[in-house]
Design a protein around this ligand. Structure first.
Ligand code: NDP
Ligand code: GDR
Length: 370
């Protein structure tokens, strides 16, 4: 049985990758942070009681900023494959905590590579580094591919640039099987609530159910190449099964603006939006609705731009060319953007229906204490 070690196992990709590797028969070890509230929502369905024998899903406390912890865990686990997914992954937040981001996302990747080398596992353990289309930043070439020059535009992008080159350097210096997956944006129903797609689908679902009138958004003109996380974690694994270690772009090849993503989300609930104004004055209004119970009137404002969500430096346009991965690894994505938006909307409507049920119906208390 192959053994994998996933950092960032509690995140969106960590959860999908765990499911994928368990189905392939792997023993999966994961790194999770200690937090004052439970942080394992996305992987609770995979949890195995520590009192049971022969577990194949095992969690360990740790942190990307703690070298001794990472060295000890890698020494104990001796993984065949490490997927380094842990990161402070929010671009806008990285402007607020740049030093921490550099430590966790940049030096964190180095800590993993150096632990593998230091422990003499460099010819046993393969390393996948979660690199990102944010490396491309300011547009140098369209579409972006493996040879496109990097120009990161945020502390997050700069930290990930360090991690990218550390991975290449360890491959070249120590002959390690270390690879970068340069993944473009990928989303899912368990995407973090503050990334733009999930923020939109959650807010749209709330509006559809009358739990909220409108929401605020940042740059509507930004364009992203959005895929489904399920398709992308499969590629992480394929990258480590390739004949030789290389770096790979994973993307759909299609780009969509934030404004159009909002329109697609509202279309799922039978509502057409009309956008008026430009820049920070732009607003989205309900133009038509096919739903008889839609709680908002035609003409009402449901989206409003708020300058606070703009970034000091923006990445305007991302669209990837994954020809290399398609031709050499045979990757074929299964989800279209339409499928993705539909799945996210269906999931958030369900989630918000629970909220609505509690709000409207209240809940019955069992009066143990009266
Ligand atoms: P998430 O933000 O959903 O998950 C990040 C994970 O990293 C969480 O498990 C988080 O733990 C953990 N983490 C954060 N900081 C630390 C730390 N200091 N020590 C240990 N663990 C830490 O990200 P995604 O799943 O979306 O992304 C996975 C990786 O891929 C990230 O590295 C991201 O930068 C990169 N990436 C993502 C893309 C995307 O579109 N999703 C595209 C390209 C790259 P906790 O749950 O406790 O917060
Ligand atoms: P991104 O994702 O920065 O591409 O990084 P995010 O969803 O945060 O932003 C995408 C684009 O939408 C614009 N935007 C807003 N973004 C957020 N979060 N909130 C808003 O209200 C809003 N309004 C407009 C942004 O300006 C941006 O242009 C994600 C992360 O998963 C990274 O970890 C990963 O490396 C990259 O994708 C690829």
């Amino acid at each position: 049985m192959k053994v994998a070690f996933i950092t960032g196992i509690t995140g969106q990709d960590g959860a999908y990758l765990s499911e994928f590797l368990l189905k392939k028969g792997y023993i999966v070890h994961g790194l999770k942070r200690r937090s004052s509230l439970f942080n394992t929502d996305r992987i609770d369905h995979l949890y195995q009681d520590p009192h049971t024998n022969n577990r194949n899903f095992i969690l360990h406390y740790g942190d990307m900023t703690d070298s001794t912890n990472l060295i000890r865990l890698i020494h104990e686990i001796k993984p065949d494959e490490i997927y380094n997914l842990a990161a402070m992954s929010h671009v806008q937040v990285s402007f607020q905590i740049p030093e921490y981001t550099a430590n966790a996302d940049g030096i964190g990747a180095l800590r993993i590579l150096e632990a593998v080398r230091f422990l003499g596992l460099e010819h046993k353990t393969k390393v996948y580094q979660a690199s990102t289309s944010e490396l491309y930043g300011k547009v140098q070439e369209v579409p972006q591919k493996e040879t496109t020059p990097f120009y990161p535009r945020s502390p997050y992008g700069v930290a990930k640039l360090y991690a990218y080159w550390a991975t290449v350097n360890y491959r070249e210096a120590y002959n390690m099987f270390a690879c970068n997956g340069i993944l473009f944006n990928h989303e899912s129903p368990v995407r973090g609530e503050t990334f733009v797609t999930r923020k939109i689908t959650r807010a749209t679902a709330k509006i559809a159910l009358g739990l909220q009138d409108k929401f605020f958004i940042g740059n509507l003109d930004a364009k992203r190449d959005w895929g489904h996380a399920k398709d992308y974690v499969r590629m992480m694994w394929m990258i480590l099964q390739a004949k030789k270690p290389e770096d790979w772009v994973i993307a759909t090849g299609e780009t969509t603006s934030v404004r159009d993503f909002i329109k697609m989300a509202f279309a799922q609930i039978g509502v057409t939006l009309r956008f008026e104004g430009t820049g920070v004055d732009e607003k989205g209004f309900v133009e038509t609705s096919t739903h008889k119970d839609f709680p908002i009137k035609i003409g009402q404002e449901v989206v409003s731009v708020d300058a606070n969500y703009f970034r000091p430096t923006e990445v305007d346009l991302l669209v990837g060319d994954a020809t290399k991965a398609k031709e050499k690894l045979g990757w074929v994505p299964e989800y279209s953007l339409g499928d993705l938006v539909k799945e996210m909307m269906q999931s958030d409507i369900k989630l918000m229906q629970k909220e609505q049920y509690l709000k409207e119906g209240g809940y019955k208390t069992l009066n143990y204490f009266e």
